[in-house]
Write a protein that binds this ligand. Structure first.
Ligand code: ZN
Length: 187
């Protein structure tokens, strides 16, 4: 089922996601709906907060993106990142390497808004799968960026929080408008 995507201005986007002790039917259904919702919106990642659930759950799929490469070592094995997609991650714990790069980023909760964001080039993520198995990810490039963006969401952090103050200032009227539109829908 395709779910409505929560837009900027809704308080759930600022909520820290609850730890998931065990993936029950509710979590499995939510994850399947999140994948369907993300794919329908042509997104590369979606966090549970973006469909109104403050949980440590995110889905990612970078397989359709061209021109922005990724690399992935999954549980110690070098794999074609596209072949490992989509990813469904529960309770992800992120470690970032020091080296930073600046690239353009968007977010399904901020339609038509993009900004340059500094992110670590390489990350490691420990998480659990829907089957309850531990997964260890070493990622670089676009996948590393997407993981940082989504895990930020799970902690109530949005990409605008990572923008330079100049960039955020240049977007301020559009952000205010979006916030107002969203609040009208919430009431
Ligand atoms: Zn986002």
């Amino acid at each position: 089922m395709i779910l409505p995507i929560i837009k900027y201005g809704h308080p759930v986007l600022r909520a820290k996601g609850k730890w998931i002790k065990e993936a029950d039917d509710r979590i499995r259904t939510l994850a399947a709906d999140m994948l369907e919702t993300m794919h329908a919106a042509n997104g590369i990642g979606l966090a549970a907060q973006q469909v109104g659930a403050a949980l440590q759950l995110t889905v990612l799929d970078i397989s359709q993106v061209e021109g922005r490469p990724s690399s992935l070592i999954l549980n110690g094995v070098d794999v074609d990142p596209a072949s490992a997609m989509p990813l469904v991650l529960l309770n992800p714990r992120l470690e970032m390497e020091e080296e930073i790069e600046t690239e353009s980023e968007g977010c399904l909760s901020f339609p038509e808004i993009n900004g340059d964001i500094d992110r670590a080039i390489a990350v490691t993520v420990e998480a659990e799968t829907l089957e309850g198995e531990a997964v260890f990810i070493e990622a670089e490039g676009l996948l590393a960026r997407a993981l940082q963006h989504e895990i930020d969401h799970l902690n109530g952090i949005l990409f605008i929080d990572r923008m330079s103050s100049a960039e955020k200032a240049s977007l301020s009227s559009r952000l205010k408008r979006l916030q107002k539109e969203t609040m009208r829908g919430v009431k």
